[in-house]
Design a protein around this ligand. Structure first.
Ligand code: PRP
Ligand code: MG
Length: 177
């Protein structure tokens, strides 16, 4: 798989100073548009999940917005359901919310209270970990619902930010920058 991974990494386009000066934006859409890359990403993520024994997952949680792309695809592969964590004010019914900060702003995330039950095995998916603010907050939301978070898996990790320190569950990535 190593050659596939380095090939994927090479194909991820980087945009300096987007969306702000000093930020290098790693664009996952530059690889998702390629059918072979998209399939490889999914296959590599499933292989990693099996290697880590993050199996028997009940629910795959995806983070709005870019986590919504990979999470449902993986949920189908894992025979699990899909649950969204959304930015505040977009989910109906009783929600739990949490404030969080990331690289260049802060925000509030929400989850529907009845979307995950006590003791369910949860895998959290996002496109990328930078500061870990988003994944850390999501883990806390799920702890609040007494879920069993087996881990967080992302496509890209920005290593120099040490984001996994801010996440209580184990964090794994396919590609590091
Ligand atoms: C981006 C990215 C991750 C998060 C990572 O989302 O998709 O979700 O930032 O940063 P962190 O590790 O510092 O929390 P963002 O909310 O910017 O936008 P999106 O709606 O396009 O996913
Ligand atoms: Mg995001």
């Amino acid at each position: 798989y190593e050659s596939t991974l380095s090939d994927l990494k090479d194909k991820i386009k980087s945009y300096p100073d987007f969306p702000k000066e000093g930020i290098v934006f790693r664009d996952i859409f530059s690889v998702l548009r390629d059918p072979a890359c998209l399939r490889n990403i999914l296959d590599l993520m499933v292989a990693k999940i099996e290697l880590l024994k993050w199996t028997d997952v009940d629910v795959v949680v995806g983070l709005e917005s870019r986590g919504f792309i990979l999470a449902p695809l993986l949920a189908v592969k894992l025979n699990a359901g899909f649950v969204p964590v959304r930015k505040k004010g977009r989910l109906p019914g009783v929600c739990k919310e949490i404030a969080y900060t990331l690289e260049y702003r802060s925000d509030v995330l929400e989850i529907q209270q009845d979307s995950v039950h006590q003791g369910q095995r949860v895998l959290i998916i996002d496109d990328l970990i930078a500061t870990g603010g988003s994944l850390g907050a999501t883990c806390k939301l799920l702890s609040g619902l007494n879920a069993n978070v087996v881990g967080c898996l992302v496509l890209l990790e920005l290593e120099q930010l040490h984001g996994s320190k801010n996440v209580e569950a184990p964090v794994e990535s396919l590609i590091t920058f």
